[in-house]
Design a protein around this ligand. Structure first.
Ligand code: PLP
Length: 405
């Protein structure tokens, strides 16, 4: 029989967070090994449960959730999202500008599919949350990576962004707060990004899914609050702020310069219709979460569990010889750097495999986030302090052996 091959569309599509190293970890678990997982931002798996009120309301609403809804979603949760945009000072958003999705992930892919033609370029941060790069490629576009500068706390390099704009550039993606670096961008920098978008008529895709996971009393500014003459597509959802990844509840807001985007919006509507609607229990969860009092503040406050785990992981990692790490100001991740003279890593996926095989600790290698050098990896600081202490101790032991090879 003729071999059945995947489509050419997938040739440049890559999503290593759930790639071959995870597959290896799965096999090891099946063989009875216990692995400490520092690889994925899945809060519930580490005992950060969804707020009770959201769970209870979902259960109560289940009997009303068996039918399709409007393609963009039910009115009440979209209204709740509209109020959220008002709290974030995003002007002029109507119910019609709001799309509910099966997580932000579905909407990210949809937003790129509706936009891109072959040859169109989209500026994507490096390192990035790799779904963005994958979604641009899958949609037939070309991801062009702009540098986020580690030396400047992983902030986007505006000069690099400007250098990479040409007549094919359609849009810029900004992930703030950032996965994988934990950076939170200052307002001045956000204004500079908006100015570049304005000058070059770029659409701004703002991924703000961690906008409440902020440490040290920091505040978050939505990019879309900074202008009304640029088109913004803002992504958000319940997965992180409300510890509800499994409910697959996300939203997308179109704002700013909408008048010139009628055709694109038609495309978005078409794709939203084709998938009929987002899962309805998840839609109800949005309504409860955004209308209620539950928050993540306790976990990210001065003595909150996430803050304590961040501090511990950062201190332990940076105590390892040859390891430096920008301390995260937000989100659930840090992105340490290994000194290339002490740890000459040619293939960081192999590095991740070896760490897994020798020490039973699962990380994601830096190149999985489109980071060009092979001396980084991402650590998720969701495990409790005992598991973090144990796993980073094992990383230190592994690196000690690596150095002596
Ligand atoms: N955007 C970023 C930056 C993320 O880190 C993630 C998930 O980890 C997503 C989007 C996807 O979120 P969702 O669960 O809403 O699909």
């Amino acid at each position: 029989m003729r071999p059945i091959q995947k489509s050419n569309k997938l040739a440049d599509v890559c999503y290593d967070i759930r790639g071959p190293v995870l597959e290896k970890a799965r096999q090891m678990e099946e063989d009875g090994h216990k692995i400490i997982k520092l690889n994925i931002g899945n809060l519930a798996a580490f005992g950060f449960d969804a707020p009770d009120e959201i769970v209870q309301d979902m259960i109560r609403n289940m009997s009303n959730a068996s039918g399709y809804t409007d393609s963009k979603g039910l009115f009440a949760p979209r209204k709740a999202v509209m109020h959220y945009t008002q709290q974030k000072n995003i002007a002029g958003v109507t119910i019609d500008d709001i799309y509910l999705g099966n997580g932000a992930s579905e909407l990210i892919v949809m937003s790129m599919n509706a936009l891109l033609n072959s040859g169109d370029e989209v500026l994507v941060p490096a390192p990035d949350y790799p779904l963005w790069t994958a979604a641009v490629s899958l949609s037939g576009g070309k991801p062009v990576h702009y540098v986020c500068d580690e030396g400047a706390g992983w902030l986007p390099d505006i000069d690099d962004i400007k250098k990479k704009i040409n007549s094919n550039t359609r849009a810029i993606v900004v992930i703030n707060p950032n996965n994988p670096t934990g950076a939170l961008y200052p307002v001045e920098l956000l204004k500079e990004i908006v100015e570049v978008a304005r000058q070059h008529q770029l659409i701004v895709f703002a991924d703000e899914i961690y906008d409440k996971v902020l440490y040290d009393g920091a505040t978050h500014t939505s990019l879309a609050s900074l202008a009304d003459d640029v088109l913004f597509i803002t992504m958000n959802g319940l997965s992180k702020n409300y510890r509800s990844c499994g409910y697959r509840a996300g939203w997308m807001v179109v704002s700013g310069e909408k008048r010139h985007a009628k055709d694109y919006i038609e495309g978005l509507n078409m794709l939203a219709s084709m998938r009929l609607c987002a899962n309805v229990p998840g839609q109800f969860a949005i309504q409860t979460a955004l209308g209620g009092y539950q928050s993540i503040d306790e976990l990210v406050g001065p003595n909150g569990r996430l803050t304590r785990q961040r501090d511990l992981a950062h201190r332990m990692l940076t105590e390892i010889p040859g390891v430096t790490c920008v301390k995260p100001k937000a989100a659930l991740y840090m992105f340490p750097k290994l000194d290339a003279r002490m740890y000459p890593i040619a293939d960081d996926q192999q590095f991740a495999y070896e760490l897994l095989a020798e020490e039973r600790v699962l990380i994601v290698q830096g190149t999985g986030f489109n980071c060009t050098d092979t001396g980084h990896f991402r650590v998720v600081f969701l495990p409790n302090t005992d598991d973090l202490t144990e796993s980073i101790g094992r990383i230190a032991r592994f690196l000690d052996g690596y150095r002596r090879r």
